[in-house]
Design a protein around this ligand. Structure first.
Ligand SMILES: [Zn+2]
Length: 73
C-alpha cells in the first residue's frame, strides 16, 4: 500500500503521481503535470514512467552479503 507518498516533483519541474498498479508492477508512476520547461520527451502528461520504477530498485540484490562479521563481538 502507498502511505502518505503519492506525489513528487522531478528536477525538470514535472509533477508525478504514484498509483497502485497491477501484479508484478506494484507502483505505477504517471506524469500528472508536464513542466513547461521540461525537455524530456519521456515526460508526457498521463503517461506512465516505467523506467522510473526500474530506477527505484535496489542494486544491492546482486551483491554478495557483507554483514556476516558485522555484529561479531
Ligand atoms: Zn519532465
Amino acid at each position: 500500500m502507498l502511505k502518505g507518498f503519492t506525489h513528487a516533483r522531478l528536477a525538470c519541474g514535472c509533477r508525478i503521481g504514484f498509483r497502485e498498479g497491477v501484479e508484478g508492477s506494484p507502483v505505477t508512476v504517471v506524469v500528472e503535470t508536464k513542466s513547461p520547461g521540461c525537455l524530456s520527451t519521456l515526460h508526457v502528461r498521463d503517461l506512465p514512467l516505467f523506467d522510473h520504477r526500474e530506477a527505484l530498485r535496489t542494486p544491492t540484490r546482486l551483491l554478495p552479503p557483507i554483514e556476516e562479521d558485522y555484529e561479531e563481538s
